[in-house]
Design a protein around this ligand. Structure first.
Ligand code: NDP
Length: 335
């Protein structure tokens, strides 16, 4: 295979919510890595490793590395000589890129449209497949938000829109407005979901899957790395918690509490199940997240190509999570 050709290998694809769009079950995101701790050459290696294993979906945001994640991803796509059509590219608008003026962030029509234009320019793209509202904005009327994202679709700046970290009530409100106005509703939420963080995906959103067939792109499937087991005996040098001590200070401190220790104990017990299956606990945790039928794509993060290569072997373990194994995992997580 030439590196320019997209080869789906044995990747699985799921429709994103009720749309016709097919996303790879595993995708690659760039938060804290691409354009940040991971520079251009390594970005290319990580993206290439993912793409060659069938990943078609890549996730970024205007705020990641203050816009540099979009720059670096766009540059990698160009330098790797990839065609645009096989890719599903997602960005998110809300937090801006560091400018301080009052309209540089949020979900006003102005920031949604200007933010999308600026992000396309940074990435060197003509369109995003999906643009998400990275956070709810209670200061803006929902009708303005729904209309502005539809304007982006009508202008060809993206094909679909969605939400990230919105409450079920906020998503329902957006659906209601879109339906009333005959506009596109949000297609999917982007939510935190892992064996150590199960709400709102397993609870609050249930009515949204049932009523609207809402899709889900899920983030931090390894709970920022905790589910790799590498934090069992402290913070390894060069790991995410070490490199981003300030942002993860609360999480690092919480690991010393009884609750934090209980989490680490769960990871240790999950490692035993993983060992019996012949995989790492990271791979087990990723396969577990993909097993949830409401999840359209599990967004993986990686600071090194070896990580994405290992994590994508989760594809081979999804079917090994039989009802018996799932019950054993559930027993660990429940305690
Ligand atoms: P994870 O929970 O999977 O954490 C990924 C990190 O864990 C890696 O960067 C690496 O960090 C470590 N890691 C991954 N695999 C391994 C391995 N096999 N062995 C050892 N360490 C490993 O996901 P993220 O938190 O990165 O989230 C994934 C994506 O989701 C983001 O890139 C972003 O696109 C999206 N996201 C969206 C959010 C939103 O608000 N919508 C919020 C957060 C993320 P290291 O090596 O540095 O320790």
């Amino acid at each position: 295979m030439s590196q320019h050709e997209y080869d789906p290998k044995n990747m699985r694809f799921r429709r994103l919510g009720p749309s016709g769009l097919r996303v790879s079950l595993f995708s690659l995101g760039g938060w804290l890595t691409i354009g940040g701790s991971v520079q251009d050459e390594a970005t290319k290696e990580i993206m290439k490793a993912a793409y060659e294993r069938g990943v078609n979906t890549f996730d970024t945001a205007e705020v990641y590395a203050n816009g540099q994640c979009e720059v670096s991803m766009g540059k990698a796509i160009k330098e790797l000589g990839w065609q645009r059509e096989p890719l599903v590219l997602i960005t998110k608008i809300f937090y801006g890129t560091g400018a301080k003026d009052p309209n540089a962030t949020g979900l006003s029509r102005k920031h949604i449209i200007e933010g999308a234009n600026a992000s396309l320019k940074r990435a060197g793209l003509e369109y995003w497949d999906i643009i998400l509202a990275h956070s709810p904005d209670v200061t803006v009327p929902m009708v303005e938000v729904v209309k502005a994202f539809n304007q982006l679709i009508q202008q060809g700046k993206c094909f679909y829109w969605g939400t990230s970290a919105w409450s079920a009530e906020q998503i329902s409100e957006a659906y209601g407005i879109a339906e009333k106005l005959g506009l596109d509703p949000p297609l999917a939420d982007q939510s935190q979901y892992s064996a150590l963080h199960r709400e709102p995906v397993e609870k609050d959103y249930l009515p949204l899957y049932q009523k609207h067939g809402m899709g889900l792109t899920i983030w931090s499937p390894l709970a920022w790395g905790l589910l790799t087991g590498k934090y069992a005996d402290g913070i390894p040098k060069g790991s995410r918690f070490d490199v981003n001590k300030d942002s993860f200070g609360g999480v690092i401190n919480s690991l010393k509490t009884a609750e934090g220790q209980a989490k680490l104990e769960k990871v240790r017990k999950l490692s035993e199940i993983a060992k019996e299956l012949g995989c790492s606990v990271a791979v087990l945790a990723i396969a577990w997240a993909a097993k949830n039928e409401h999840v359209s794509t599990v967004i993986l993060g990686a600071s090194k190509p070896e990580q994405i290569i290992e994590n994508l072997t989760a594809l081979d373990y999804i079917d090994k999570l039989t009802p018996d194994v799932l019950d054993r995992i559930e027993a660990v997580l429940a305690n």
